[in-house]
Design a protein around this ligand. Sequence first.
Ligand code: NAD
Ligand code: DAU
Length: 337
Amino acid sequence: MKNLLVTGGAGFIGSNFVRMVLAEYTDYLVVNLDKLTYAGNLKNLDGFLDYPNHKFVKGDICDGKLIEKLIDQYKIDCLINFAAESHVDRSIIAPKDFIDTNVTGTLTLLQAAVDRKIKKFVQISTDEVYGALGAEGKFTEQTPLSPNSPYSASKASADHLVGAFGHTFGLKYNITRCSNNYGQFQFPEKMIPLMINNALNDKELPIYGDGLYIRDWLYVYDHCAAVWKVLIEGKKNQVYNIGGCNEKTNLEVVRIILDRLGKPESLIKHVKDRPGHDRRYAIDASKIMNELGWKPSVTFEEGIVETIDWYLNNKTWLDNVVSGDYKKYYEQMYKGR
Ligand code: NAD
Ligand code: DAU
């Protein structure tokens, strides 16, 4: 297995994954297919675009002919699907985009993978497919799927399709379900980079509802290392949960950011809640830890400092992504909230 088709490799997690593979696994060819939506950014691949074993292709995962052509042309062995519409708030405003890419796009990839006899298909899913938790318990791989947002419903649909293609057509696959990622190159619609950007600009930090919603935070490098483990060593047709063991309330996260940036807590503003907001996510990642020997390498306290410092040191990247359409998005999402 040497030739990889990575989809969504110009987005946040996908670009970190492509960088990792090109830097650490130099005998692999990475064909990187990305539509370059608002969330895709070639700047995320700065310094790696011209690597001889990296072929970037602008295109849509819904384009079956293109997928087949790439698989044939580059003799693709394995496909790793990061491409998605990924933001819950946008899925509440425009759910159809999520069905198109996350469901129809995944179906298109699966069809091509079966037709071309791909050796393994890795679907990057999310803990949100399991729904929400109360104060106790964690999601295991046996937790029934119970998605609550249009985003998570589209991801759960994709997971079911992957399982069905394994069962019906003999596709070899793995599904990974991870918790909230943070780190370099995350688009500032997601909470952590949005709060960093606002704090840097002395703008209010919009906390949804009471701010006591809990997420488990996973450093993006740890996530990429886990996906690699699953790609290389994952057992046939298994699901693996990936978590950071870092449960925090949103208010705790925002206070850490303000403290690091030396900004006052008075910037925090409680705003109208997200409709259908899941109260708590927590991951039991013991399967990947015990079976594949993966574990997170950093605590949240370490990873968040590195992340904040990255945004401080990459102001040009940040200023570029918050110009243009981002301003319209921010107005639509937060004005009068
Ligand atoms: P992102 O929004 O930053 O990047 C998505 C990428 O997919 C972008 O580069 C975009 O251009 C590309 N894309 C979108 N539609 C496409 C299409 N039709 N064809 C080809 N490319 C297309 O997302 P992310 O945060 O990097 O998430 C990557 C994957 O991980 C997603 O599948 C997401 O559901 C999953 N995930 C993310 C998180 C998280 O915390 N960010 C957590 C769990 C799971
Ligand atoms: O759990 C995995 C999921 O994590 C991924 O599947 C999604 O792709 C990813 O976007 C993320 O979803 P969340 O909805 O948890 O992430 P987000 O960064 O949008 O929000 C994190 C928490 O912060 C959530 O409780 C909502 C809250 N929030 C978010 C924003 C953008 C705020 O309070 N204010 C905000 O402005």
